[in-house]
Design a protein around this ligand. Structure first.
Ligand SMILES: [Zn+2]
Length: 440
């Protein structure tokens, strides 16, 4: 396979007329300033490495445009989300996730980190295959042509108060395993493949008591480990009231932070929390469209990067599925909060979208257009009504998902001229979502 890129984002910057050669899904040669050869597939505009969506809950896609009528907070949104969760079974989950992942592919995503906690049947009864829901996600990603990291989330408690953890409520029973050992036993039945990684997650300090963290760490050894962290002030307040520590300090004290770990949101942090996360090289995953949608607040992402944390981005609840927008909003919120431009340069934003994001979900062999790397290519048009006139070097602060025209995952073209190989993704989404909102 050979592609001829009008412009390509290489390790030494944007270069013109770049030939990329791949064999068996891996890049074997990259030549800038080349001439096209017969048989090359031409890619117009700017070709970037594959984007990682480092934080996804696929089923939340069903809530888009359905929760803006009542005001409320994160916590009232969560009640609506739980209502949708109650209606999903493995078949419905497969259909919804397949369509959600196809939408991600259209936006340039070549690998998704699925933070998966909807494990069991109604009332918490395990399915015949206790990983039926996880396997639905694996099948969905295969159908959509993208790689999946199944960040299977340990979820044990319903919430945290000053007096300790509360039991799961009836909806949360679908999320919960009996204890971390039972969680680990279930997850051990899932296997990696060339396009699937099994990772782990601590849902949050609300859902996993501190004495249950050690078995999760053991099971997650050398695998990606993710955790929601301090998305809401109420989590910090409950954690301080019960443990006399911030959530970050609690996770640090139990050895959860480190190079294989990603803290998602990391919105409400103390300066000591920032030092702990950066000093341990814990990746932080910003989800700006979700954080705006839910009124979470603005995380200290520049300070975290300065302290040593790599930055990744995720579309989380998929209020929008547009990773270019997620990256741009990291910089936009920094500008608003600090009244200064250029807090994150275009190369820093591309790194978050690509190499750092891919590494955070267990694909350190992706995220660069370079020999030996996975052949993931995302071609962004520079001649649309939105992007015309921009320089390729600054396109990441301008382009949006509709400007992505071609997407190649491990050498396979899954999006061509803005069309996914599954066809009409809007129709797939509508078919999957509408039954979830019908009156029972
Ligand atoms: Zn999340």
């Amino acid at each position: 396979m050979t592609w001829f890129c009008e412009h390509a984002w290489l390790d030494d910057g944007v270069r013109a007329n770049v030939r990329v050669v791949a064999d068996a899904g891996r890049i074997t040669a990259v030549t800038a300033g080349a001439d096209p050869a017969p048989g090359d597939t031409r890619l117009a505009g700017l070709v970037l490495p594959g984007f990682a969506n480092a934080h996804s809950h696929a089923f939340h896609r069903a809530l888009r445009g359905r929760t803006h009528d009542r005001g409320g907070t994160f916590w009232t949104w969560r009640e609506r989300m739980y209502a949708v969760a109650q209606r999903l079974d493995p078949d419905g989950y497969l259909a919804l996730a397949r369509a959600a992942y196809a939408e991600m592919a259209l936006a340039g995503v070549t690998a998704v980190g699925e933070f998966h906690y909807l494990h069991h049947g109604p009332g918490g009864t395990p399915y015949h295959d206790p990983n039926a829901m996880g396997r639905a996600l694996i099948a969905a990603a295969a159908d959509a042509g993208i790689r999946l990291t199944l960040l299977d989330a340990c979820y044990l408690a319903g919430g945290l108060t000053a007096g300790g953890h509360t039991p799961p409520d009836p909806v949360q029973k679908r999320f919960a395993d009996a204890d971390a050992a039972a969680w680990a036993e279930r997850v051990a039945e899932l296997a990696d493949s060339d396009t699937v990684r099994i990772g782990a997650a601590v849902h949050s300090v609300r859902a996993v008591p501190a004495d249950q963290l050690a078995p999760v760490l053991t099971a997650a050894r050398d695998r990606p480990l993710h955790a929601h962290l301090s998305e809401q002030p109420a989590e910090n307040e409950a954690c301080l009231a019960h443990y006399r520590q911030t959530p970050t300090a609690l996770l640090a004290a139990h050895g959860v932070l480190g190079e294989h770990t990603t803290a998602v949101h990391a919105t409400h942090l103390t300066s000591e929390d920032i030092r702990r996360l950066g000093g341990s090289r814990t990746t932080v995953c910003a989800c700006p469209t979700t954080e705006a949608d839910l009124g979470d607040g603005i995380g200290p992402f520049r300070a975290l990067a300065d302290a040593g944390s790599p930055l990744a981005v995720g579309s989380d609840q998929h209020a929008h599925t547009d990773l270019l927008t997620e990256a741009r909003l990291v910089e936009s919120y920094e500008r608003l909060a600090h009244r200064e431009r250029g807090r994150f340069t275009p190369p820093a934003l591309v790194a978050a979208l690509t190499e750092a994001g891919q590494a955070s979900i267990g694909w350190p062999d992706a995220g660069r257009i370079a020999p030996g790397r996975r052949a993931d290519l995302v071609a962004v048009a520079l001649d649309t009504a939105r992007t015309a006139g921009t320089t390729p070097e600054q396109a990441v602060l301008v382009a949006t998902a509709p400007d992505v025209h071609t997407v190649i995952v491990d050498g396979r073209q899954v999006v061509t001229a803005g069309r996914h190989l599954l066809g009409d993704v809007g129709a797939h989404l509508r078919t999957a979502i509408e039954p979830l909102w019908e009156k029972p």
